[in-house]
Write a protein that binds this ligand. Structure first.
Ligand code: DAK
Length: 262
């Protein structure tokens, strides 16, 4: 595989473009540099006439344990959060709008921004160890890149509320039962199965595939843009609270947060 950035591996296999997030020491936390490289690689494949389908994968232990809390912890206030993160968040939106299908190959943790990244893709192939969740509330904030919107559309209000308000995680089997993922496969084969599915799509007529993808997207994404903007603004707003500081500091210090409600 070629390397777009030290932490993102990029390779074309026939008509399938493969991007692998490779930051094991931080459970693939999505730093600004990692997301820049992921978006750049997918953008390149989306424009490349030789590529017909894409796979976005993580490592066996983690697809991605969220946006990088260390980077977010340093941000002071809602205005600064908007300024610092607007372009970063644009990457999740951009991946959701690619012309060609993107399949997420998910094993291990897919939490917060990681779960949102998988949901921004068109399909999810999950390993038996995959775990999905929006645990932002546990660090004093809320989902900011689609977790209140795409998750609700995928699994319904009841479960989405529980996941967003308590941080409850779904196992791969639960995710399959609730329609969040396409299939669950042994951990050894999650990347291979995602590539196989991508190759099957790549063998279909590309214009028909892209038109069908756009049509399915239109069915599920109606109203999504406004929801994402509202969600993002609410997320930024929480950077004016003491609980955001406390939650992210407590995570860094590996202790339980103490909430003040301020
Ligand atoms: N960020 C940074 N580092 C992380 C991380 C993260 N999200 N998750 C894990 N790590 C690091 C840990 O700090 C630890 O580093 P060292 O201490 O070894 O240096 C290493 O990865 C291994 O993690 P643990 O020691 O914690 O491993 P465990 O097996 O004990 O626990 C865990 C695994 C996944 C349960 C735990 O690491 C965890 O709870 N991680 C945080 C999960 C989380 O809260 N995720 C949501 C983050 S907030 C937006 C864009 C995106 C977002 C929002 C807005 N816009 C641009 C507006 C998304 C926000 C989020 O995702």
């Amino acid at each position: 595989m070629t390397t777009a950035a030290p932490e993102v591996l990029v390779e074309a296999e026939g008509a399938v473009g493969v991007v692998v997030i490779n930051r094991p020491q931080a459970l693939n936390a999505l730093s600004i540099a990692v997301m820049d490289a992921v978006a750049e690689a997918l953008r390149g494949f989306d424009r490349d006439p030789a590529i017909r389908c894409m796979v976005l994968a993580g490592l066996p232990r983690a697809f991605a344990a969220g946006a990088d809390i260390g980077e977010m912890k340093a941000i002071e206030g809602a205005k600064a959060a908007g300024a610092a993160l607007a372009r970063h968040l644009g990457h999740w939106d951009e991946i959701g709008r690619m012309k060609k299908p993107v399949i997420a190959a998910v094993s291990g943790f897919a939490l917060g921004g990681g779960c949102e990244l998988a949901m921004a893709c068109d399909m999810i192939v999950a390993s038996e160890t995959a775990v999905f969740g929006q645990p932002e509330v546990l660090i004093g904030v809320m989902a900011g890149a689609g977790g209140t919107q795409r998750l609700t559309k995928a699994v319904g209000k009841a479960l989405s509320m529980e996941m967003n308000l308590t941080g409850r995680r779904l196992t791969a089997r639960e995710a399959l039962a609730h329609g969040l993922v396409n299939r669950v496969v042994p951990v050894e084969s999650y990347l291979g199965e995602a590539k196989k599915l991508a190759a099957l799509i790549a063998a279909q007529p590309p214009l028909a595939v892209q038109a069908a993808k756009a049509a399915v997207r239109a069915a599920v994404d109606r109203g999504l843009d406004k929801g994402l903007v509202d969600e993002r603004n609410a997320f930024y707003g929480l950077f004016d609270t003491a609980d955001q500081k406390e939650g992210m500091t407590a995570f860094a210090e590996k202790r339980k947060p103490v909430w003040s409600g301020k």
